[in-house]
Design a protein around this ligand. Structure first.
Ligand code: R5P
Length: 268
């Protein structure tokens, strides 16, 4: 791995804890305006400071993130579909040259294993890895799961391993039962997506279980920005990821931070 690539990766995954809290706000790339993300700049205000990395699209980066902000960026560079069309039919949407111009720390692309467009998305990944190696840019492979796929260790293990074999530098997938085996069989770090909004304590449990099973962190969206208190929630997630707190300790932190802000919320 080149010095530049390692340096960029160290901006994403904290070299001290070997963990990361990535904040995913890229949902609009196929969903359009998403609940909680209608005005991304507003969504980011109370929570950006607690994210190790932001994962987003080029359009949201340019319009909604201060260029002087120190938070490293993982740029989504795949897309070309919407919720109205087969999602798996993705292409690469950003030139590596623009990713470099935007000074991002990494690029992210989805693969759709088992779908109609499996080959196309896997070849997209291989191409992106070639470019990433050429320019020192880490590649995050996102294992997208179609409605018809089971989110079990067998399927997710297959997706993560294929992503790593094709050269992804780290992988994003979903937590599942026997997640240890998914991690064991994947030679690169894994972060988990949060998935649909859950009650806060359940989302913290999901985070805890993933970390205990060997995930190096989260790339979480809806369970943070759709929380009744996004700033409290991201700090509680951080406590698990970086400080090895358990679910009860993290939930207690969430409640205490939330109650401190109660008067502010009442006035808003
Ligand atoms: C998945 O393809 C995208 O990166 C999503 O926007 C991201 O995974 C969503 O994160 P979450 O499931 O935590 O809202």
């Amino acid at each position: 791995m080149s010095w530049g690539l390692q340096n960029r990766l160290a901006r994403i995954i904290n070299p001290r804890t070997h963990r990361t809290v990535m904040l995913a706000i890229d949902h609009g790339y196929f969903l359009g305006p998403t609940s909680g993300l209608e005005v991304p700049r507003e969504t980011l205000k109370p929570i950006q400071a607690y994210a190790d990395t932001l994962m987003l699209t080029r359009g949201v980066l340019r319009t909604s993130v201060d260029p002087c902000s120190p938070t490293p960026i993982v740029l989504r560079v795949s897309g070309g579909t919407s919720i109205l069309t087969p999602l798996s039919n993705e292409g690469i949407t950003v030139a590596m040259e623009d990713a470099i111009r935007l000074n991002v720390a990494g690029v992210a692309l989805s693969i759709f294993v088992g779908s109609e467009h499996e080959r196309q998305t896997l070849l997209n990944l291989a191409h992106l890895v070639d470019e990433g190696e050429r320019y020192g840019m880490p590649v995050l492979a996102v294992t997208a799961v179609g409605k018809e796929m089971n989110r079990d260790a067998r399927y997710l293990g297959l997706c993560c391993r294929i992503a790593a074999e094709l050269g992804a530098h780290f992988v994003k997938t979903y937590y599942c039962e026997d997640f240890e085996s998914v991690v064991r069989n994947c030679p690169v770090p894994i972060v988990i997506a949060g998935g649909k909004k859950l009650p806060e304590k359940d989302a913290l449990r999901l985070t805890y279980q993933a970390i205990q099973s060997g995930a190096c962190g989260v790339d979480m969206g809806r369970n943070i920005f759709q929380s009744e208190d996004p700033a409290a929630m991201i700090q509680a997630v951080r406590a698990i990821v970086h400080e090895n707190k358990n679910v009860d300790q993290a939930y207690e932190l969430f409640q205490s931070l939330r109650s401190q802000r109660e008067p502010e919320r009442m006035l808003a």
